[in-house]
Design a binder for this molecule. Structure first.
Ligand SMILES: Cc1ncc(COP(=O)(O)O)c(C=O)c1O
Length: 376
């Protein structure tokens, strides 16, 4: 161990943004007064409209979490057969495909952005392919132009898992305007949250009707159930918290942006540590995560060593995303899950480390974390 002392209290990889409790109590009083707790209440309605505006998308449907939202997205587009996706993502992404009886087909990732490699998608398409399910990993936008070109050429649908990309924009366009449908997760660990929650966004009024039926058991009215739906509803309490949280998101984004700068300054010239990709002037990022890649050959120590050692200093990082989805027992037998098919993902999966990132983290603590890493 070096001369630096461990942190007295644990530093976690993230901490939820919490609104003032009085603000929540006020909103709860409104809900209590009308005794409308769920099923399309006023908080739900207002949050949908507020989020459509904030995210700059034509239509938005709220959900009780992002995973159910993504399952419904596949249903709403009637996807079947095979869907091309990335192995470098959270478990939910391929799982929603298998819950829809769709085969995930893993495509390798781009070395720089860690998103699906748009140049390789075409070579994975077969007559069974119905869609591309891409993920804006760590909030870095996918190559949306190229993905759409390939999809158009082969008549495929495009769904974006934008769980990490709340508030990200390309030019002046909300990230949710690309593809056929995008999903946002409002889980407590996200930049913006409703404790648990999520949303689907898209540009098609008819699709909104279908999605809203699917998330409410397919119930059209008291006399008609028109499709086999599920319970994907967000309740009034969480919708109300979501409305409050919208007032916190810009301040939180700015605090994280500043912490990103500190990390970049401290780690920018460390040989063997690769920082997050630069996205160019026209991309507005959300700074939700701070992720490095540790190249053992150059840095001299492995990612796992850095992870284990930081723990001894009371710094809790995450090997996010490790293992790759293609390594899960439920997918590793797939042809597309082989290491030969996914050379880049298999390297990145062993290098990536998510460092502490949340607005209340002190800049001095970030500097100390970086000093500890540099001493390795
Ligand atoms: C990339 C990705 N997709 C999907 C999900 C699932 O979202 P939820 O937790 O809201 O179900 C997450 C959750 O963290 C995620 O990171």
């Amino acid at each position: 161990m070096s001369k630096l002392e461990p942190f007295a209290e644990s530093i976690f990889v993230t901490r939820p943004v919490l609104p003032k409790i009085e603000e929540v109590t006020e909103k709860l009083k409104d809900i209590w007064s009308i005794k409308w707790l769920t099923n399309n209440g006023p908080q739900h309605y207002m949050l949908e409209r507020e989020l459509e505006k904030y995210l700059k998308v034509p239509y938005l449907s709220l959900f009780n979490n992002g995973t159910i939202a993504l399952i419904v997205a596949c249903q709403s587009l009637r996807l079947q057969g095979d869907v091309i996706t990335t192995p470098f993502t959270f478990a939910a992404t391929p799982h929603v495909l298998s819950w829809n009886n769709i085969n995930p087909i893993f495509c390798d990732i781009d070395e720089e952005t860690m998103n699906i490699d748009a140049e390789k998608i075409e070579s994975m398409i077969t007559p069974r392919t119905s869609a591309i399910l891409a993920v804006h990993v760590f909030g870095t936008p996918c190559d949306v132009k190229k993905i759409q070109q390939v999809a158009d050429a082969y008549g495929l649908k495009v769904i974006y898992d934008a769980a990490h990309a709340f508030g990200v924009e390309i030019g002046d366009e909300g990230i949710g305007t690309f593809g056929d449908i995008s999903m946002f997760s409002f889980h407590a660990t996200k930049l913006y949250h409703t404790v648990e929650g999520g949303a689907l966004v898209h540009g098609d009024k008819n699709l909104k009707q279908r999605i809203d039926l699917l998330k409410n058991f397919g119930i059209k009215n008291e006399d008609e159930v028109v499709m086999s739906g599920i319970n994907g509803k967000l309740d009034e309490v969480r919708a109300a918290i979501g409305r409050i949280m919208l007032n916190y998101v810009e301040e939180e984004r700015e605090k994280r942006r500043k912490l990103h700068e500190v990390y970049n300054e401290e780690l920018g010239d460390v040989a063997g540590i690769k920082l997050m990709p630069k996205c160019g002037e026209n991309v507005k990022l959300n700074y939700q995560y701070y992720v490095i890649r540790v190249d053992e050959k150059i840095f001299g120590k492995s990612r796992d060593y850095v992870y284990d050692e930081l723990k001894k200093y009371n710094v809790h990082t995450r090997k996010y995303f490790h293992p790759l989805c293609s390594e899960f027992t439920c997918y590793r037998q797939l042809n597309s899950a082989s290491v030969e098919n996914l050379p880049v993902a298999n390297v990145v999966g062993k290098q990536v480390l998510s460092l502490p990132m949340y607005g209340d983290l002190a800049a001095d603590d970030v500097r100390k974390i970086c000093r500890i890493i540099k001493e390795f």
